[in-house]
Every structure is written in C-alpha cells, then in structure tokens.
Write a protein that binds this ligand. Structure first.
Ligand code: F6P
Length: 489
C-alpha cells in the first residue's frame, strides 16, 4: 500500500470510530514571538514537530505542548487553544504554561541534562539532581491533567512524544483506563549498563509501561529497552513477542522508523519559489564557489558539528586544489543555551571556524560560512537544493530526519549525502556515503569522494534513496502506529 495524507485520514475516519486524536509533546509545532513588526509565527527546528505536523494536518485533533513563545499567550483563547497552521488552520494547539523554575528543572534539568546525555552515548556525563526530578514529575502531572481536560469523556487515542513525558502514560492509565496510549521515543535507547546508573529508573520505566504501545526508531533500541526492563523490574518480558506484561496489562514494544512528508518536500524543492530562495541565500552567505557543502542542525553536542569542521580542515589540507572552490555552509539554530555544555559547544564551534577560515581564506573566499539563525522549512529545502553534498555527522542519534529531508529535496545527479553510521537513518539510507565522525581523516576523504563522484553515480544513489523515503514516508509511520493500536483494542 502506498501511504498518503489521504489514506491516513481515511484510516482514521474508518477505524477510529470518532475517537479524538491527541498528540502531546514538550515542543510545540508553532511558536508565536513578538518582534519589531508585531507577532510572527515560526516552525521550530525540531524533527519531531516537523514530522508530526503533517499527520495532525491530515487527521485533525488536538496537540498539547508547552507554550514557549513570548507572544504565545496573546493568540490563544480562554482555554489556551489556538488553531494551526496559522494561515490554513487544520487542528487545535492547546498550550500549557511553565514558570521559569519548572522549565529549568523539568526541561533544562531532568530532560536535557539527565535523560538526553544518558540516552545519547557521546561521553557527556548525565547530571542527577533530585530537585530536577521533582520538577519533572510535577510537569508530567501537569501534562497529564491538560490531556485529560482535552479528552473529557470522549473516546481518545493519546500519542505521547519523547523523553520529556515518560510518566504521562501511567498517569493517564490511572486516571482513565479507557484511553488508548502510545509513546514514541525519538532518541536512542541505550544499553542496560548505560541506563542503570539512573537513580529513578524504576519510576521512569513504570511510567512508560503505562502505555499500550511503545515505539522506537529501530530494532536495536527495542532490544535495548526490553533488556533494560528485564534487568530492572519484576515484570514479564516477552522478547519473542516483543512485549512487557506488568500489573496484568501488556505493552507492545515495536520499531517504527520515523520519516518525513516526502511528497511535499520534493514538490517544494522543484518549485520556482525555491529557486528564488536559493539565489537569495547564495547572496546572503556570500557564496561564489562552484561547490557547496551543507550542514543544518540544532547546535547540539550530539550532532558532531566540530567533527565535521575538522573533516573540512583535513580535506582542504590533503586536497588544496579545492581551496577557493568549495564552501561549507553550516546553518545552525541555537539550542538549550542555558545549559553550560551547549554554551561550551558554541564557543568550540566559533573558535574552530575562526581557526580553519584563518588557515585557508583568500581575499574573496573562506571555507566555512557559519549562519546562526532560524531557517524556515522553505529555506532549508533551498539550502539542500544548493548542496553538492550534505553532512549529517551525529555522534549518536535516534533517526536524524535532516538526512531524509535532504534526500527528498536534493537535486538528482548533484547532491551526495554523507551520513554518520551512528544514526538510525544509516540503517535505511545505505546508498549514502557512510562515515564515522570520530575518524577525521577518513571523514575528510569522504568529502573528497563525494565531490569527485560522477553525476551518473550520484544520480543512481540518490534515486534509490528517494524511492525508499517516498515509500516509507511519515504517513506510513503514523499509519503503522495507528494500525498497531487498533489491533490492540
Ligand atoms: O528528537 C529529539 C528532540 O529533543 C525533540 O524532542 C525535540 O523537539 C527536538 O529534539 C528539538 O529539541 P528541543 O525541543 O529541546 O529544542
């Protein structure tokens, strides 16, 4: 079956018998900010929201999330709801508010200084602060209350996202056992040895096992999760059937590789509007060289950004004939900036770019252009379209949807993907040039291999990946999760 926006919608209409669809995540899909020209709305740099927004646009429903924009309160109604997308409303965004102390403890603290480094094995020590954990618990309760308020006495399917909300499934089950719940884990699940140092591991696992269905990107994360539960809780783990039975109820645990709206991205990529944006971006970046490499990331220490700068250095050192001819554009959005490790990363990137540019720059050219600002989805697509190569060099990543977005947008016969072996996407995108970001010399060689590749070879590789992503798109991901839940009911 070829999954599309339309047949996903049909599945919901035919099979969900009027159940309300509620998505819950920390990050909201649309953020309202105030600026010199009044209130504007942006789409955040988040694979999670980029992936789920088309699903909600197709199916309708309610999305519950933290209202983090400084003008968010100004546009909601008395129930803290606003219809989105703003220019073509399709579903309800229900915002909940966090004060600074809650945000510091729950979001910056427990979510991003404890669970994030615990699950991404990149040699950054997690922090375990009791005060953060207590805020995390109370904010999870706040999310559960808001969801229950939206559900009321309706039949509902609640689809919870990510490591910020691990306690919500159990809270919902206790309050209303009729709600069907799934939780999708957007980041890696580590091996049991890594997870066992977490002082609150039992409560987190019990919280998650309140869901009817748990989804991870790949089988390896499913196996790690089942082994972690097996070694931590007194419950029945069925590794063959891939489920856990706790307190007389079963939770299915399955891999669902997340994806993108391939059709929409490829359509925008081929549009005249994108050509105009490409010309504007070239001008903004001051890029005149023939060959362009591109990286687009949240500035996060898991993304391997310093490693790719060092690879550019290695490449130019070994192949000086590319000096003046190749520019690497790094588009980066500042992220989680109140955490010291993120501030340090920023400084590290600045000094690397400064050093490498100083080493190779000529009067009218520099090897690395670092643009630290928000990019709209249209601009990101234009950037991929400009690229002779795109680099995704995560040190450890759940999926990495940037890689799939590049595949959908890139020009056949031109764009080559360099992809870290340590991403979930590397399991599917095997026609990319797979790299180890920890090995700078080989990484530099891969840049050269991409630039020297024949147009025919580039075309063959990209076409194969385009077909794969077109088939395994975001609607298939959502459809498979909904089908799995329907089989349970
Ligand atoms: O996919 C992992 C993730 O943390 C998402 O949950 C999140 O939306 C995205 O990365 C961006 O991070 P943040 O929401 O912290 O800016």
């Amino acid at each position: 079956m070829n999954w599309t926006r339309e047949n996903l919608k049909q599945l919901i209409v035919d099979k969900m018998n009027g159940s309300l669809l509620v998505v819950a995540s920390n990050r909201e899909p649309y953020i309202h900010n105030s600026g010199a020209e009044g209130i504007s709305c942006i789409v955040p740099a988040s694979g999670l929201t980029m992936a789920l927004d088309p699903v909600l646009q197709a199916c309708g429903g309610v999305w519950v999330a933290h209202g983090s924009g400084d003008a968010d309160r100004e546009v909601v109604d008395e129930k803290n709801r606003v219809m989105v997308p703003p220019d073509d409303p399709k579903y309800t965004l229900r915002r909940l508010w966090l004060n600074k102390t809650e945000e510091t403890g729950y979001y910056y603290g427990f979510s991003n200084e404890t669970l994030w480094p615990l699950c991404h094995i990149v040699y950054n020590k997690p922090k375990f602060e009791e005060a953060d954990w207590l805020h995390y618990k109370s904010v999870n309760e706040k999310f559960a209350k808001t969801i229950l308020d939206e559900v009321g006495d309706q039949k509902a399917f609640v689809f919870i996202q990510d490591y910020h909300l691990t306690l919500v499934p159990k809270l919902l089950r206790e309050a209303n056992p009729n709600i069907k719940t799934a939780l999708f884990w957007h980041i890696p699940w580590p091996n049991p040895e890594a997870f066992r140092i977490n002082p609150w591991k039992e409560e987190i696992l019990q919280g998650m096992l309140g869901a009817d269905l748990l989804g991870f990107h790949i089988q390896y994360h499913v196996d790690n999760f089942l082994n972690t539960v097996d070694q931590t809780l007194e419950v029945r783990v069925d590794k063959i059937g891939s489920s856990v039975v706790a307190g007389g109820r079963e939770t299915l645990v399955r891999p669902f590789p997340i994806s993108i709206d391939y059709e929409q991205i490829s359509r925008i990529a081929a549009s005249v509007e994108t050509e105009k944006v490409m010309a504007r971006l070239r001008k903004e970046f001051g890029v005149k060289s023939q060959l362009i490499g591109v990286g687009t990331d949240r500035l996060d220490y898991t993304k391997g950004i310093p490693e790719r700068m060092i690879a550019v250095d290695k490449f130019l050192e070994k192949y000086p004939e590319y000096i003046g001819k190749f520019t690497f554009v790094q588009a980066g959005v500042l992220s989680r900036i109140h955490i010291q490790r993120y501030k340090d990363l920023n400084d590290e990137i600045n000094s690397l770019v400064e050093r490498i540019n100083w080493k190779y720059a000529t009067d009218h050219w520099k090897p690395i252009v670092l643009v630290r600002r928000h990019f709209s989805p249209q601009e990101l697509i234009a950037l991929y379209r400009l690229a002779d190569l795109a680099v995704v060099s995560s040190l450890h990543d759940g999926m990495n949807l940037v890689a799939k977005e590049f595949v959908a947008a890139a020009e056949a016969g031109k764009g080559v993907l360099l992809l870290s072996r340590f991403t979930g996407a590397a399991r599917e995108l095997t026609e990319s040039l797979l790299i180890n970001p920890y090995a700078p010399d080989a990484f530099g060689e891969a840049i050269r291999a991409a630039l020297a590749m024949s147009p025919d070879e580039k075309n063959k590789r990209l076409q194969k990946m385009k077909e794969l992503v077109a088939e395994n798109n975001i609607y298939k991901w959502a459809g498979k999760i909904i089908q799995a839940l329907l089989r349970l009911s």
